[in-house]
Design a protein around this ligand. Structure first.
Ligand code: ZN
Length: 84
């Protein structure tokens, strides 16, 4: 599986929201998962991550890494606000 998350459009996410998220992601770009753990692939950024991950809903129905979870939580807040 290719790991080119910067070029990837996430379904259901506005390009402006995704751009904001990718700026938020920069400081954790160099974070490494524990090498002894099996890597799962994040359904949002396609990078490998260790641990159990997080639910990626409502961005998608898969699992995501801790870095992307920040974005997922932010998207949930946007959904709550728009549905209020
Ligand atoms: Zn991710």
């Amino acid at each position: 599986m290719a790991r080119k998350y910067h070029q990837r459009k996430v379904a259901g996410v506005r390009a402006s929201d995704q751009a904001k998220f990718e700026r938020m992601l920069q400081p954790v770009e160099t974070a490494q998962a524990q090498p002894t753990q099996p890597l799962l692939e994040c359904s949002i950024c396609n990078r490998g991550y260790g641990g159990i991950g997080n639910s990626a809903y409502p961005v998608n129905n898969g699992r995501c890494c801790d870095a992307c979870n920040t974005f997922v939580i932010w998207m949930r807040m946007q959904h709550l606000r728009s549905n209020a």
